[in-house]
Design a protein around this ligand. Structure first.
Ligand code: OFO
Length: 167
């Protein structure tokens, strides 16, 4: 496997694990803020990001490439509000999308069809990820940041079911 692509995927593994770590920290924040639905949503999101990293790790292993795990920075642990939490989530997802698009381009340039096909899966996934965060932001904006409105959004988020793909 081309070294440039290996390096890019190793960076992407780090980015997915950073997202997992960030969303776990957000889940803890929500739990402390007495928002169990929000905490549940973020816990599932954290697990999903870990699954994204594992999918890349499996792909590298299957192709005989070298996986190099890197250290993760401490995630942000304090937030202004649930709206702040989901706004930061969307910002992070946009960075991840840009990174996936870069790897897709790279795989075209270096002619690596397998990576290209895998990146197509992540491209579709990112559309979903950005939509999910945007939907919650819209709900929070409509409901207002506190009181009954917030309670209703929290109940809605409690209904999220797991989407982690096992392969
Ligand atoms: Fe892995 O999709 Fe979010 O970051």
């Amino acid at each position: 496997m081309n070294q440039t692509i290996q390096d890019a995927i190793n960076e992407q593994i780090k980015l997915e694990l950073m997202a997992s770590h960030a969303y776990l920290a957000m889940s803890i924040y929500c739990e402390e803020a007495n928002l169990p639905g929000c905490a549940h949503w973020m816990r599932l999101q954290s697990e999903e990001e870990r699954a994204h990293a594992l999918k890349l790790i499996d792909f590298m292993n299957d192709r005989g490439a070298r996986v190099i795990l890197q250290g993760l920075p401490q995630p942000q642990i304090e937030f202004e509000s649930p709206l702040d939490v989901f706004t930061k989530t969307l910002e992070h997802e946009r960075k991840v999308t840009a990174s996936i698009h870069r790897i897709y381009q790279l795989s075209q340039k270096e002619y690596d069809p397998s990576t290209q096909v895998l990146m197509q899966w992540y491209i579709n996934e990112q559309v979903e990820e950005e939509k999910n965060a945007s939907d919650v932001i819209a709900m929070l904006q409509m409901a207002g940041g506190s009181g009954v409105g917030l309670l209703m959004v929290d109940r809605e988020l409690a209904g999220r079911t797991g989407e982690v793909e096992e392969e």
